[in-house]
Design a protein around this ligand. Structure first.
Ligand code: 3PG
Length: 382
């Protein structure tokens, strides 16, 4: 693969795909880790006197619609502060062409506002390619997605290369997994149920036990009991039954539920076998926390992706907090990854106690599964 470090970028129009998909609350960035980890790449492009275009997605907006909630403008403001003294502009309309200057940075509005982005539309990929001379793929956290700005653009651009963050993530993860010690405990939660469910079988092959929370846990629980209004995926129930037979999966036995979904919702303790149709599981309960901590304390390697519940709501934060702290305090080698996981690590100030933090969530799990990612294969064949 061609590496950004080895490419002459002087006065070249360079399209850098980063993953700046950070959590926001009322327009404010609540965890800047993904942006901070991308800054060395931007500095390298500046050092090489490139004409820089930065592109990223943010969240999952409805394609074709520009909505304020999903705008990258807060990310642009943050970058402006971090890169003070650098001439920076933010562009909403860019697909028909941009005028660029050396050592100026142009940040594009959310690429997922463009119709066709997530379907890897050829016409859109071509439009991105027309904006640049060199494409740099450095969005590790989105490297598992075959989309126009992460993948399709390579088919039309003159030159494509891999960025330093993506390269460092894959080489570090590979080194860690080649040497990881047993027992390996995987802690997996969060709301992106379908993305993660597809990866559970291969994760189960490399792990000794798996502690589940969030929508993933609810999907398993739903094969035994009703989960009321809780987040779960009906389409994965059969798969959940199969996976449970491995006897490696630990499920919540108790939970905190609510009848409403809001930051002020009150929590009620409930056994998972007794959830009413109008109730929603929003966190794991105390007995589950204690069970999970016991397993975490015995692990030699911990792979952690996703919160145990809705940690953004104070009344449903405890399960995620206790599990996160016990991972941080364990003697195991701990690898954590994903946007929400990083936000949890920031929230509870655990950054220095996790052995390796990956910027990727789904990408990190998919890389563990396949030891490669679609874009890596494409870059190899350029
Ligand atoms: C992530 O947060 O895992 C990445 O930014 C990818 O986001 P996606 O799951 O919406 O593609």
């Amino acid at each position: 693969m061609l590496h950004m470090q080895d490419v002459d970028l002087k006065n070249k129009r360079v399209f850098i795909r980063l993953d700046l998909n950070v959590p926001l609350h009322e327009g404010k960035i609540t965890s800047s880790e993904r942006i901070d980890r991308a800054i060395p790449t931007i500095n390298l492009a500046l050092k090489k006197n490139a004409k820089i275009i930065i592109a990223s997605h943010l969240g999952r907006p409805k394609e074709g619609q520009c909505t304020k909630n999903f705008s990258l403008f807060p990310v642009f403001k943050y970058l402006q502060k971090k890169l003070s003294g650098i001439n920076m502009i933010f562009l909403q309309n860019y697909l028909q062409g941009i005028s660029l200057k050396s050592n100026q940075i142009t940040v594009l509005e959310n690429v997922r506002f463009n119709q066709g982005e997530t379907q890897n539309n050829e016409e859109l990929s071509q439009k991105y390619a027309n904006l640049c001379d060199v494409f740099i793929m450095d969005a590790f956290a989105t490297a598992h997605r075959i989309e126009s700005s992460t993948y399709g653009i390579c088919d039309f651009v003159k030159k494509s290369c891999i960025g330093p963050l993506l390269y460092s993530e894959i080489t570090t993860l590979k080194r860690i997994f080649d040497k990881s010690k047993h027992p390996i405990t995987t802690v997996i939660g969060g709301a992106k149920v379908s993305t993660k469910f597809k990866l559970l079988s291969s994760l189960l092959k490399i792990t000794d036990n798996m502690l589940v929370g969030g929508g993933i846990a609810n999907t398993f629980i739903s094969t035994f009991y009703s989960v009321g209004k809780s987040l779960y995926e009906k389409d994965f129930q059969e798969k959940a039954k199969q996976l449970y037979k491995t006897k490696k999966i630990f499920l919540p036995i108790d939970s905190l539920v609510s009848t409403s979904y809001s930051i002020t919702s009150k929590a009620q303790k409930k056994s998972v076998s007794n959830i009413m149709p109008y109730e929603e599981i929003l966190d794991i309960g105390e007995k589950t926390i204690q069970n999970y901590i016991k397993t975490i304390q015995q692990a030699k390697t911990i792979i952690w992706n996703g919160p145990m519940g809705v940690f953004e709501f104070p009344n449903f934060r405890k399960g995620t907090q206790k599990i996160a702290q016990s991972i941080a305090n364990s003697n195991a080698f701990s690898i954590a990854g994903g946007g929400d996981t990083i936000a949890v690590i920031d929230l509870f100030n655990l950054k220095n106690k996790i052995s390796y933090i990956s910027t990727g969530g789904g990408a990190f799990l998919e890389f563990i599964e396949n030891k490669t990612l679609p874009i890596l294969e494409k870059l190899k064949n350029q």
